[in-house]
Design a protein around this ligand. Structure first.
Ligand SMILES: [Zn+2]
Length: 337
């Protein structure tokens, strides 16, 4: 599937919404496949908000209308016009488009979407970007595994559709697939990733190292079907740092982590505390962190909370009463007026 350009007719705080979707091919290595590997087709989707100033500023510098990470045209019609202009220049130079198949290959794929389907979250990051009048605002990105095919006959095989093997294969130093394999146009190793999304979209907070950490843990899980204590600890640190999904990068990296932790839970390797979301070694009876193993007693915290909610009517007057007394005391001492 070639790059699809997404357009939206509704505006958002003076911005227009643009998106792109592209399929890319990678591999899954497993003894479950006859040839020990299969083709994995992923779909990358991402959305940005763009102001008119973006087009003015960047149009001249960009050679191609349909490159990933570059957004030309506010509407599909506008985009097709710009693209045809680019193609005419291109054809002049290269004498291409003689045969029909190549022509079809260059047909633009455009799609209209509704802004409601995107479910834009007004995060502080987004509001700050709008206030700063950024030309382009990175809104959301996600990767999904569409299908897995056997390399011998292209038949689709049933296999868990995870995405965590991507950082595991390509970002973990321990992985033999560490270099090379991933499609160059969507090479999403952190450095090149930032290049592709250069126009104000670079990961300024540099969370991308966290994706490498996720890759390390995921590779260990794939290889050993087990995790060291150190890795579980790192898993908790990463989860704590990314779970607020406060900006699109965090949200994107969190999606890989969430995919991994879901698999760890499904395999009953880890359990997750129902109170603080901490991960620990799975035990069928364990629902909360324990003081002995995890250094905190979340079960007790929950019971206290439940006790509070159940006895709110009884507790609150006491609290109010003591607050009143404290206030009176402060007043007496001249601390408050
Ligand atoms: Zn806990």
């Amino acid at each position: 599937m070639p790059l699809t350009q997404l357009f939206c007719s509704q505006e958002y705080h003076g911005y227009y919404l643009r998106g792109q979707t592209e399929e890319f091919l990678d591999y899954i290595h497993s003894d479950n496949f006859p040839e020990n590997y299969a083709h994995a087709y992923y779909v990358l989707t991402f959305f940005v908000l763009i102001r008119n100033t973006y087009a003015k500023q960047y149009n001249k510098e960009i050679g191609y209308a349909d490159s990933l990470g570059y957004f030309e045209g506010k509407t599909a019609i506008e985009f097709i016009k710009i693209r045809e202009k680019h193609l005419r220049n291109f054809i002049k130079d290269k004498n291409l488009l003689k045969d029909q198949s190549e022509k079809r290959e260059l047909d633009p794929f455009v799609e209209e979407i509704n802004i409601k389907d995107i479910n834009i979250v007004e995060s502080p990051y987004l509001l700050r970007s709008i206030k700063n009048k950024a030309d382009i605002i990175f809104l959301r990105m996600n990767v999904a595994l569409d299908r897995i095919e056997l390399p011998s006959n292209d038949s689709i095989v049933e296999f868990p559709k995870h995405i965590y093997q991507l950082p595991a294969y390509h970002l973990s130093k321990a992985s033999p697939h560490h270099e090379g394999e991933i499609s160059e146009q969507i090479d999403w190793t952190p450095g090149i990733f930032s290049d592709k999304f250069s126009f104000n979209l670079a990961d300024t907070e540099n969370y991308s190292t966290k994706l490498c950490d996720i890759g390390d843990i995921a590779w260990e899980w794939i290889e050993k079907k087990s995790l060291s204590e150190r890795s579980v600890k790192l898993l908790n640190t990463l989860y704590g740092e990314l779970k607020d999904k406060a900006d699109p990068y965090k949200e994107y990296y969190f999606s890989f982590l969430h995919d991994l932790t879901s698999d760890l839970k499904d395999h009953k390797f880890v359990g997750q505390c129902s109170y603080c979301e901490n991960f620990f070694k799975y035990a069928s009876t364990k629902k909360f962190c324990s003081l002995l193993a995890d250094g905190k007693n979340c079960g007790k915290s929950v019971r206290n909370k439940r006790h509070y909610i159940k006895n709110k009517e009884k507790i609150l007057p006491k609290v109010r009463d003591s607050n009143r007394k404290l206030k009176a005391f402060y007043k007496e001492k001249g601390i408050i007026k």
